[in-house]
Design a protein around this ligand. Sequence first.
Ligand SMILES: Cc1cc2nc3c(=O)[nH]c(=O)nc-3n(C[C@H](O)[C@H](O)[C@H](O)COP(=O)(O)OP(=O)(O)OC[C@H]3O[C@@H](n4cnc5c(N)ncnc54)[C@H](O)[C@@H]3O)c2cc1C
Length: 379
Amino acid sequence: MDFQETSVQRELRALTRKFVEKELFPHVQEDEAAERFRPEWIRKLGDLGLTGIPLPESLGGAGLGYQEAIATIEELAAGGAAYAISVAVTGLTQSILNQFGNESQKSKYIPPLAEGKAIGAFSLSEASSGSDAGSLRTTAKKSGDHYLVNGTKLWTTQGDSADTLILMARTGEPGPKGISAFIVEKGMSGLQIGKREKKMGCHSSHTVELVFNNAKIPVENRIGQEGQGFTIALNALDAGRINIGATALGIARAALDVAVNHARHREQFGKAIADFQGVSFLLADMKVQLDAARLLVQRAAWMKDQGLPFTQEAAIAKVFSTDMAMRVTTDAVQVLGGSGYTQDFPVERYMREAKVLQIVEGTNQVQRLVIGRALAKGK
Ligand SMILES: Cc1cc2nc3c(=O)[nH]c(=O)nc-3n(C[C@H](O)[C@H](O)[C@H](O)COP(=O)(O)OP(=O)(O)OC[C@H]3O[C@@H](n4cnc5c(N)ncnc54)[C@H](O)[C@@H]3O)c2cc1C
């Protein structure tokens, strides 16, 4: 295994970092306060070739792999988690369509998503089904050449701006085997955007309720077979967890940079606080954790790129890197003392952004279930 990044990975990282420094970072604080999401930045990222990295070139992607995609996600997250999340969620949509869609669904929906001209979303969770997603209640009843969809979905990231949404709804028996996946287009009749969550952080990334009231989805918009939806969702979330890991790396790295810079320049008792062992060991532990998490995220991405099974490795990477980001950002606030608790420095934002990563795409408790179950089966 090669621990050095390839020239392509370095190039993608540099390209993203330039965008972050010029556009994203200077506006992040005001946009977070205003809960403002800028779809035009997704178009710009698309123009730079950064919104469909692991998709085939024939479908508007860059024809590269997850090892390349995570370099871009990490850099975006270092600037502001909302845009890393946006690109990752659109990536989830693309990857479902690419893996499970038929030829006409692929050619119609993937290119605009891969080129940054369209935004994707993924709607699985409901009020009564979060970790237990297989118990979802939204129904899709077949009636001639369409399905009639009724129910309320919760927590859909960028559900208000998405052009193409993947919806999980019940077409059959109770439990995971009765769920099917559908493509929903923006503005379809019978779909209403409901309340927007007031959150702890990631304010520029909108999280909304979606209300389906006799919404008519054409049969041709079903992805795969009836009853295949849950398998599709789990499969997509495995890959999504690698992106969550990369987001954690970006946030933690940015927090460590701020903490180190502060520790080198802030003087107390006549010397830089970085020279106190108590602070220096804190910084050293942050770096150790960050580097270890990076290796786990890279391993999961590498396994996916090799076509190897990677469910357990993605879960391990997600748990470790997001728990790491929570610890590192909390310690970064500590290193900055009182200043760390103010909005004059970004570390309090990083801490709030890190928290959600322990919850989304399967909580870290659920990831431990996945890892523990695999161990119990002797894997
Ligand atoms: C900002 C944000 C964005 C989101 N975006 C999306 C999205 O785009 N699409 C989407 O479909 N969903 C999305 N979600 C939903 C997210 O996936 C769920 O919040 C998550 O799966 C947890 O479900 P829950 O909130 O219902 O918590 P619950 O499932 O009620 O869990 C509550 C607690 O119980 C624990 N728990 C539950 N079951 C077990 C168990 N068996 N063993 C041990 N512990 C357990 C959990 O780990 C957690 O600590 C988003 C959530 C947030 C906060």
